[in-house]
Design a protein around this ligand. Structure first.
Ligand code: PMP
Length: 302
């Protein structure tokens, strides 16, 4: 097939049956989301947020898109906005990866930095302040827009089910905005009611009752409970240390030739723990949101 728009490259990512030592002869299948054109699963979200804004009449040809983001949503949004020739302003806490920020700029987005210590809450506040000053601006606000879980409910989840075509015992995935987890978990629970759903967070995230603090695992971890979780049945929250996540990142590059980001490393570490707790020959699915290549400057393999 010959393509004419980068938007046609979004989604339909490969599903990988990891050939690693999994406890109890179980299998871990990972959706390789780094194969999206912007390098992460958030390209799906970018397309959905822009299309949803257009459908609702909130975006026209002269609208400026403004969004607080840890980076990957910014890249996905800038990609989608670019195909509609829309201006984009992304509000990013300084600590996030240099590579992601370069890619957002390469796509024509304007970047505004907020202090790292103010976290994503600081970026959200700043994005709203900027939007109040720019006429005809639109903030998709991934942290509460129902189009966020919908993007995964209608794309990634059905892909998983069709590709695997067998019962799924557990779904394991990280949460930042919580959109991926909520959308996919809901879809899978409708089809496999007995499925175990496990959220992955780094130390420094609050889901297991810990205090919010900085962590090196990028893209996951929450400072407030995602609103998408309020009507969702979550069986377990696993807190994975940065060290455990980065160990998996290194192992999987050596053993499988896969370059995965730290949130993928955390998802893998958690999937291995879940395998230990489930019966023999279980099927576990997870999501590898992006590649380690966008974290090389942060010493992901050091
Ligand atoms: N991993 C990475 C690398 C991400 O950028 C994100 C998004 N912040 C996530 C995981 C979590 O995705 P979600 O926002 O859908 O919870």
């Amino acid at each position: 097939m010959i393509l004419k728009s980068v938007s046609q490259l979004v989604g339909k990512t490969p599903l990988f049956d990891l050939q690693i030592d999994v406890p109890k002869n179980s299998h871990i299948y990972a959706k390789l989301e780094m194969f999206n054109p912007g390098g992460s699963m958030k390209d799906r979200l970018g397309q959905y947020l822009i299309q949803d804004g257009i459908n609702q009449g909130k975006i026209n040809e002269t609208t400026t898109i403004i969004e607080p983001t840890a980076g990957n949503t910014g890249i996905g949004l800038a990609l989608a906005a670019g195909t509609h020739h829309l201006k984009t302003i992304l509000v990013v806490p300084e600590k996030f990866s240099f590579e992601k920020q370069q890619l957002m700029k390469a796509l024509g987005a304007k970047l505004v930095h907020t202090p790292s210590e103010e976290g994503i809450k600081g970026a959200i506040k700043k994005a709203m302040e900027i939007a109040a000053k720019i006429p005809n601006s639109y903030v998709p606000m991934q942290f509460k827009n129902p189009a966020n879980p919908a993007a995964y409910y209608y794309t990634l989840a059905p892909e998983l089910v069709n590709e695997l075509n067998q019962p799924i015992d557990a779904f394991v995935a990280g949460a930042g905005s919580g959109g991926t987890f909520a959308g996919v978990a809901k879809y899978l629970q409708e089809r496999h009611p007995a499925i175990k759903t496990v959220v992955v967070e780094p130390e420094g995230s609050i889901l297991n009752g810990g205090l919010a603090h900085a962590h090196r695992t990028e893209g996951i971890g929450v400072e407030f409970i995602p609103p998408f979780f309020s009507d969702l049945n979550i069986d377990q929250v696993l807190t994975i240390s940065d060290q455990a996540a980065f160990n998996q990142v290194k192992q999987i590059a050596k053993n499988q030739g896969l370059f995965i980001g730290s949130s993928s490393g955390a998802a893998l570490a958690a999937s291995l723990q879940v395998a230990q707790e489930l019966p023999e020959n279980s099927t576990i699915v997870t999501v590898f949101p992006d590649s380690s290549e966008r974290y090389l400057s942060q010493g992901i393999y050091d």
